[in-house]
Design a protein around this ligand. Structure first.
Ligand SMILES: *[C@@H]1O[C@H](CO)[C@@H](O)[C@H](O)[C@H]1NC(C)=O
Ligand SMILES: *[C@@H]1O[C@H](CO)[C@@H](O)[C@H](O)[C@H]1NC(C)=O
Ligand SMILES: *[C@@H]1O[C@H](CO)[C@@H](O)[C@H](O)[C@H]1NC(C)=O
Ligand SMILES: *[C@@H]1O[C@H](CO)[C@@H](O)[C@H](O)[C@H]1NC(C)=O
Ligand SMILES: *[C@@H]1O[C@H](CO)[C@@H](O)[C@H](O)[C@H]1NC(C)=O
Length: 396
């Protein structure tokens, strides 16, 4: 090879590496810059890079078709696919295959929580996203680490994962949801006032540290501390899954919660996801050409639930501001948080995740419930609809 050519090649490779590193740094900074706003939508991230192919092809049957279905997202692209829910059938073969392939990346039984034996108080942890920041294992956290996986040997026939979208309002899905053998909920979402639509049963619930701030006013007063405590006490026996080591900034809030749990003998089984969970989940989806930067709690839960559940039913997953009939949909069923499509701070790619889940629904691997559950209330013959894209949302 002529020297000039080799030099050029070397220069090119170096440039490429530098560009990749800068990209990575930018990602971390972007995520740390806005720790309190993890729920916003992001337009440009929702557009998959068309020619970025993952190298390995681990799970050809599962979701490879998704990448071909994925189209650039834009305000003018609003075709809605109608999916009948009446003839949905569970494909056990496919579901088993997905479980097997996910197990090549993570073992949810193990990765659902760090165990006591693996750490001791004072140990220093690097945050998963904010790698340059550390926290240490407090005495309280250590005391609440499980000694065995809270999901050890658990197997359930039918599981429900309940997302928090306002699409659940007036759905009457509560009894349906509660009829599952195992119910997973996200971010300590309230149930009592909404039980008709969301049910009450809870076997596992997640709690991002930011929830303490957002939903419980950082426990500023006795009243908020009581409310928070009551919510924890209502979980009687559930797994409380706290991603304490994902992003910096939440350690105080986690500590407050742990102190309350310990000082009031709250009956929950705490779990703290392993440090490798996020990367492993991302790796699985990337390998299937689903380029998710930071999976949402909902997608994490689905990925993990494949290990413990045969049939997985998803409720309250709807990342669009309007329903298929064009009626506005609240971001959360229980608060006034707004969508912010124009924000560039969100690490999540919810429409992409939703398309992926829709494709899996069509293939019978899981079931997405986006309509009402009370058959009498649905207009005669009207199919449950699942959007195939971002329709019919409108950018602000
Ligand atoms: C399910 O129903 C939809 C619409 O009603 C139809 O297009 C599709 O072919 C049906 N699928 C099966 C497997 O029967
Ligand atoms: C179920 O999924 C498997 C694997 O993707 C596929 O080969 C099979 O045809 C599917 N069965 C039905 C009934 O769709
Ligand atoms: C761990 O954190 C506590 C405060 O939360 C601090 O007092 C202690 O010095 C830290 N230990 C180490 C080893 O950093
Ligand atoms: C739910 O139904 C009630 C009564 O019909 C109505 O007032 C309310 O606007 C509906 N809410 C949503 C989100 O559709
Ligand atoms: C959907 O697209 C059509 C044509 O592309 C347009 O006329 C219509 O207003 C769009 N609807 C929404 C809700 O964006």
């Amino acid at each position: 090879m002529p020297l000039v050519f080799r030099t050029l090649l070397f220069g090119f490779v170096t440039l490429l590496v530098v560009v990749l590193i800068i990209d990575d740094i930018a990602e971390v900074e972007e995520e740390t810059a806005n720790p309190g706003h993890l729920k916003k939508m992001n337009l440009h991230r929702a557009i998959p890079k068309p020619h970025r192919k993952a190298t390995a092809h681990v799970d050809p049957t599962a979701v490879t078709r998704v990448s071909k279905d994925v189209k650039p997202v834009g305000p003018s692209y609003n075709h809605t696919a109608k999916l009948s829910s009446n003839n949905w059938t569970f494909n056990k073969t496919l579901s088993n295959l997905i479980r097997k392939n996910i197990l090549r990346f993570l073992d949810p039984e193990r990765d659902i929580s760090i165990l006591k034996g693996t750490l001791k108080p004072g140990d220093i942890i690097h945050y998963v996203f904010d790698r340059h920041s550390t926290t240490n294992i407090s005495e309280n956290l250590y005391r609440l680490l499980p000694t065995v996986s809270p999901m050890k040997n658990q197997h359930h026939k039918r599981c429900a994962i309940v997302g928090n979208s306002g699409i659940l309002l007036n759905s009457s899905c509560g009894p349906d949801i509660d009829s599952h053998d195992f119910v997973i909920r996200c971010n300590l979402a309230p149930v009592d006032e909404f039980s008709q639509d969301v049910g009450r049963r809870t076997n596992l619930v997640t709690m991002n540290p930011s929830v303490v701030q957002r939903a419980f006013q950082d426990l500023v007063s006795e009243e908020w501390r009581d409310r928070f405590l009551q919510r924890l006490q209502s979980l009687s026996g559930s797994v409380l899954w706290i991603p304490a080591f994902m992003a910096k900034g939440g350690e105080e809030r986690v500590e407050w919660a742990l102190r309350l749990i310990l000082s009031h003998t709250v009956d929950v089984r705490t779990a703290f996801p392993s440090l490798r969970l996020l990367h492993a989940v991302r790796g699985y989806w990337l390998t299937n050409h689903v380029h998710i930067k930071r999976p949402t709690t909902g997608l994490l839960m689905y990925t993990m639930a494949t290990r413990f559940c045969d049939e997985i039913h998803l409720y309250g997953f709807w990342p669009f501001s309007h329903d298929p009939q064009g009626k506005p949909v609240k971001y959360h069923y229980y608060d006034t948080l707004k969508y912010e499509y124009t924000s560039s701070s969100s690490p999540h790619t919810m429409p992409l995740e939703f398309r992926t889940l829709s494709a899996l629904h069509r293939q019978g691997a899981l079931r997405l419930h986006t309509g009402t559950c009370d058959a009498d209330r649905r207009p005669e013959g009207a199919p449950e609809q699942v959007a195939d894209n971002t329709s019919p949302w409108k950018p602000l």
